[in-house]
Design a protein around this ligand. Structure first.
Ligand SMILES: Cc1cc2nc3c(=O)[nH]c(=O)nc-3n(C[C@H](O)[C@H](O)[C@H](O)COP(=O)(O)O)c2cc1C
Length: 349
């Protein structure tokens, strides 16, 4: 297959995702709190992908300004990711609708039906995360316009099941709406693989952290460039009485101190010095402000350097357009090479 034919084939493979998102390549830039703001989001959309603003750290007023600023930098479509636990969830959705944002990603838990309905009534498409097939089916019934599945390889808050298993369980079963695959994707060959399994497109986070346009602190980017896949570890829970939210981040001084902090809390509870509720709060508060400390202030030892296992494939700072062209190029090359090897096998007969 020559390159032009391979490209046309790839475009057919992700045509459902391209149409749904309204962009050239069905590659979503996964929203990353503090990182996915106007600069990176517009750069991803301008390069033919689909940028998504992260609102984890934003009030409705800040989001409104961010959407307006992003529109100054791109006339291509982009989305907004809202976290369902956000105390101002419905107000954030209204801001998206006021600005005529076409796609709202409802993340961080199963979204309330009212949120999905409001997004759709307001004229936008609702994209929802499904951590299991039964939930994907429920979300489709509740009106989700698309599903995102994200495996445990992903950076940040993550579920217990790997991307490859979720993809096998969910892609063949959910055909009513487009399904996008996230978690552990660092190269175009993997994108091609998921598209051939039935994905409409993909979502990548870690791969975009070191984009030239990303405002992440140079030390945050350096930590990514230095890290290997095995350095991106899950938060550890020491005691079943005190749940810890699973988060994947680079191991550093803070992840070590988190273990000591848990041990200290557990000892105090066992000695009767602290009640269960106060103990749980202390554990949860440990990471307050930690992502900002790492991304914005560059304190990569005492902050949270959220990163997926695909961090091992981040080797340098590159313009967003180069990252996207590289990913697309790898998928195209894989298709071309495969066709060539079919030809050789045919000649061997
Ligand atoms: C630094 C960082 C921050 C993230 N913040 C968010 C967030 O605020 N909301 C969200 O839905 N996902 C968040 N994610 C997950 C990404 O959107 C994306 O789904 C994930 O990075 C995909 O896996 P990958 O890193 O292997 O590409 C974050 C990931 C990283 C690395």
């Amino acid at each position: 297959m020559n390159e032009a034919v391979a490209r046309a084939h790839l475009d057919r493979l992700w045509s459902r995702g391209r149409e749904f998102l309204g962009c050239g390549h069905a590659i979503m830039g996964g929203a990353m709190t503090w990182v996915s703001e106007r600069n990176l989001v517009s750069a991803i959309s301008n390069a033919g992908g689909f940028g998504v603003i992260a609102t984890g750290s934003m009030s409705p007023a800040l989001l409104s300004a961010e959407i307006a600023a992003t529109k100054q930098k791109t006339d291509r479509p982009f989305g907004v990711n809202v976290i369902t636990m956000h105390p101002e969830l419905m107000a954030l959705i209204e801001i998206c609708l006021d600005h005529k944002v076409g796609h709202v990603v409802l993340a961080g838990g199963i979204p309330p039906g009212a949120a999905i309905q409001r997004v759709r009534q307001g004229g936008a498409k609702a994209m929802c995360f499904a951590p299991a097939l039964v939930i994907a089916r429920k979300l489709v019934k509740s009106g989700a316009d698309a599903i995102i599945i994200e495996g445990m390889e992903a950076g940040g808050h993550t579920g217990p099941v790997s991307t490859s298993v979720l993809a096998q369980e969910i892609l063949p079963a959910i055909r009513e709406v487009p399904v996008f695959v996230a978690g552990g994707i660092g190269r175009g060959e993997a994108i091609l693989g998921y598209l051939e399994m039935g994905a409409a497109g993909v979502q990548l986070g870690s791969r975009f952290v070191c984009a030239t346009e990303s405002i992440a602190h140079p030390k945050f980017k350096q930590a990514f460039i230095r890290a290997a896949a095995r350095d991106a570890v899950l938060s550890v829970q020491l005691d079943p009485r005190f749940p810890v939210i699973p988060v994947r981040a680079l191991a550093n001084a803070a992840t070590k101190r988190f273990l000591e902090a848990q041990r200290n809390v557990i000892d105090r509870v066992d000695r009767g010095e602290l009640d269960q509720k106060a103990a749980q709060l202390e554990i949860e508060h440990f990471w307050a402000g930690a992502l900002r400390r790492a991304v914005i202030e560059g304190d990569v030892e005492n902050g949270s350097v959220m990163a997926g296992q695909s961090v091992g494939m981040v080797n340098e700072e590159q313009p967003t357009r180069v990252i996207i062209d590289e990913l697309v190029g790898q998928a195209v090359a894989a298709l071309s090479a495969r066709e060539a090897s079919f030809g050789e096998a045919g000649r061997g007969r």
